[in-house]
Design a binder for this molecule. Structure first.
Ligand code: UD1
Ligand code: MG
Length: 497
């Protein structure tokens, strides 16, 4: 039965053990808030509607989710599952956005005070239609695979109560799955309410269930809080279902990571590692050569062409596209950038394009210790060397700035050679101005180009010049004090005391 899927995300809990001001579901895993992973899973199962139950930090949680969702709706990229490796043209297409997938309708239900998981879902069901299946997720369980949720929905089949379960060597603290002699599920008993015999059961409830909404609605109305914690347990719907003669089915998985929740910074760090390992494994399987998958971090989306090499301790953030044969040296941080075929990034380079992006042309060499900031657009075979910073500047093919330099708000022509220690003085304290360096100009070492200024094509600027006026094409321009030499100069001597 193909019923519409409506998702309830429980996210009202406090997260005391995080010892943090920030609401738990907004802590980040892989660069994205925990609840963002859960919403992503909801999108991947083509949910019709998502209701997030908020309580602790509700305004902050709701604002953050709304911002995430509108970003997805505008850019439409976080929904698709792009292959890790693509041919360069496809990678370019993906970088430009791609079609937006349908976004589930999002709403919030406030739960104050928090009286248990049953009470949480009670706040959400009035927003749901009877013709759907409700998939219950938790905002602090980030690594559930969409295929697992799809399998659970198939077990539910629009008519049964379906529970996601698994066996744990140490089931302490979890709700236990109590089965009838026939093998059908009879009840979930919370750890605190369980007898010793029940505590010996190793099959636990993961916290994820799929249930026809019209049935769920009825059962929720019959919950009580007569239990060890004085809470309204969502898990009590199992007993009510059995009493009503409704089949309760378990979909048992063996990958504990998929249902692991985050309760403490330790658990968050463990899941982060596991998530990174998973991502690294996907890249390796697709042919990307990671020098060490244990020393690789991706906090966003990375698409790679063929024969990409990534050395140790690199961090990728936002959206990064690497063309064929790109090599990334050790200890680089690269965010929101597109690197064309054969580009080489030497160690300790920091690239962050933020919203404007950074592009690095084919065969360009960058670093070591270079910094590319938003709006840096490097053409083919550009060289950017150590301690060079580029911001909001275009460098045409073959331009070079190899040492200790700053290019801000500059338009740099083909084959320009920009000397060590030279800078564009682009800011007058109030406004930014542009520097235009036409093709084949050589700027000597330690020059200051005071913008707005244009250096004519093929010209040369003598080292140490402070250029405040446009320079003519082809000319040598020098703007520094003339050198003088005083012959037979006597150095001062020390006065005796
Ligand atoms: C719950 C299950 C337990 C299962 C375990 C799996 C119940 C009664 N028990 O236990 O069988 O083994 O999950 O992890 O459901 N929340 C709210 N409002 C509330 C209470 C909780 O939004 O009033 C949210 C929490 O923020 C969290 C989720 O619901 O995201 C689960 O709550 P939690 O207290 O962790 O449930 P457990 O007691 O661990
Ligand atoms: Mg609890």
């Amino acid at each position: 039965m193909n019923s519409p899927v409506d998702v309830v995300v429980m996210a009202a809990g406090k997260g005391t053990r995080m010892h943090s001001q920030r609401p738990k579901v907004l802590h980040r895993l892989g660069g994205r808030p925990l609840v963002g992973h859960v919403l992503e899973a909801a999108r991947r199962v083509a949910a019709r509607q998502v209701v997030v139950v908020t309580g602790h930090g509700a305004p902050e949680v709701e604002a953050s989710i709304q911002a995430m969702e509108s970003a997805k709706a505008i850019f439409g990229f976080e929904c698709a599952a792009p292959p890790a490796v693509a041919d360069a043209p496809a990678a370019q297409a993906a970088a430009s956005g791609g079609p937006a997938a349908s976004v589930p309708q999002l709403s919030f239900a406030r739960q104050t005070p928090q009286l248990g998981t049953g009470h949480a879902v009670q706040q959400a069901v009035p927003l749901l239609a009877d013709d759907g299946v409700t998939l219950v997720l938790s905002g602090d369980v980030p690594l559930t695979r969409p295929e697992t949720l799809a399998a659970l929905l198939a077990v539910c089949d629009g008519q049964h109560l379906a529970l996601l379960t698994l066996d744990l060597a140490d089931p302490t603290g979890y709700g236990r799955i109590v089965r009838q002699p026939s093998g059908d599920v009879q009840a979930i008993v919370e750890h605190k309410d369980a007898t010793d015999a029940q505590r010996a059961i190793t099959e636990i409830y993961s916290g994820i269930m799929a249930v026809p909404t019209r049935l769920l609605r009825g059962w929720l109305g019959r919950l009580d809080n007569r239990n060890a914690q004085g809470e309204y347990y969502l898990t009590d719907v199992v007993r009510l279902a059995v009493a009503d003669g409704c089949t309760v089915r378990a979909h048992r998985i063996d990958d504990a990571l998929q249902v692991a929740g985050v309760n403490s910074p330790q658990q968050l760090a463990e899941l982060e590692r596991a998530h990174q390992q998973r991502q690294a494994g996907q890249l390796l399987a697709a042919g990307v050569r990671l020098a060490d998958p244990a020393r690789f971090d991706l906090r966003g989306h990375l698409r790679c062409g063929r024969d990409v090499d990534i050395d140790i301790n690199c961090v990728f953030e936002g959206r990064v596209v690497l063309g064929n044969g790109v090599r990334i040296g050790a200890h680089c941080v690269i965010a929101n950038a597109t690197l064309a075929d054969g580009a080489v990034i030497h160690p300790f380079t920091h690239i962050d394009g933020e919203a404007a992006g950074v592009t690095v042309g084919a065969g360009a060499l960058v670093g070591p210790f270079a910094r590319l900031r938003p709006g840096a657009q490097l053409g083919a075979d550009v060289h950017i060397g150590n301690f060079v910073e580029v911001k909001n500047s275009t460098l045409a093919d073959g331009a070079k700035a190899n040492h200790l330099a700053y290019l801000g708000d500059a338009t740099v022509g083909e084959r320009v050679n920009y000397g060590a220690g030279s800078i564009t003085a682009n800011y007058d304290g109030a406004n930014k101005h542009r520097t235009v360096i036409e093709a084949d100009v050589h700027v000597g070492s330690n020059c200051v180009l005071v913008a707005p200024v244009t250096l004519g094509a093929g010209g040369t600027v003598g080292g140490g010049s402070t250029i405040t006026k446009n320079t003519p094409p082809g000319a040598l321009s020098v703007a520094r004090a003339k050198q003088i030499s005083l012959p037979n100069w006597q150095r001062p001597t020390k006065t005796p005391r």
